[in-house]
Design a binder for this molecule. Sequence first.
Ligand code: CP
Length: 303
Amino acid sequence: MRSLIDILELSVEEIDELIATANGIMADPHKYSEKCSGKKLATLFFEPSTRTRLSFEAAMYELGGHVIGFSSANNSSASKGESVADTAKTVSCYADIIAMRHPKEGAPLVAAMNASVPVINAGDGGHNHPTQTLADLITIFKEKGRFNDLTIGFCGDLKFGRTVHSLIQALSRYNNIKFILISPEELRLPDYIIRDTLEKKELKYIETTSLETAMPELDVLYMTRVQRERFFSEEEYLRLKDSYILDTDKLSNAKKDLCIMHPLPRVNEISVSVDDDPRACYFKQVLYGKYMRMALIMKLLGV
Ligand code: CP
């Protein structure tokens, strides 16, 4: 039995296979419509979500399976003090696979250690978000046709942005990737990722506060939201929240084939006027995420 807690648990070959499966589903969804017949997915979301929870649920329904679960800690016995370990043991009696989001880093790992069914990390605090990374990877592959030889800008909250952390780790395994890390000083990428991933693997990276300066060089721009829910101080959040706002003017010196991504939800960091630009890929990312989650559910269930 296998869970997915960290994106690095999947080899690059397995990621290629998941992308191939997702493309196969997109080409012929009917062929997959009974693959998980009789199986149940439990979505245990202790933190709000639109895309991740609903795409997992849509994925399981489109595979012919069923879904149970809760969408907030208040609707579960966690509100009475039940532990993550006991929750995982309990839900294992009802479901064949679990997708868990939790505000505490490491909670899905604890669930996986106690569950008797596969557990998928659907986002744990400011740590990791491996299934968003699967959505991000297929988007990059479909838009750019490769994972090697890319300059990728990550912009916004790189400190708490779990999607950024997982995607940098995933991309660190490809060749000739240059990372441009664009953030205010207060929201820099955590030292442990710089040290244990970028520097350990001798990857090319620069840190800057200027999106405008970085723009002409970028093949991919990964925008992120400054996340109010991760701040201890409302004042600090208000000071930093609009550090970067991508608008059509800022794209004037960008490459013609730039791929603009965002894990969403967005607040102000991408102007809605950018949505009509053919380089805006963030709603494609949403759709691809469902197909990658379908491929992942099948893989972990062995169907
Ligand atoms: N990208 C993402 O995780 O979105 P949700 O918080 O809506 O699930």
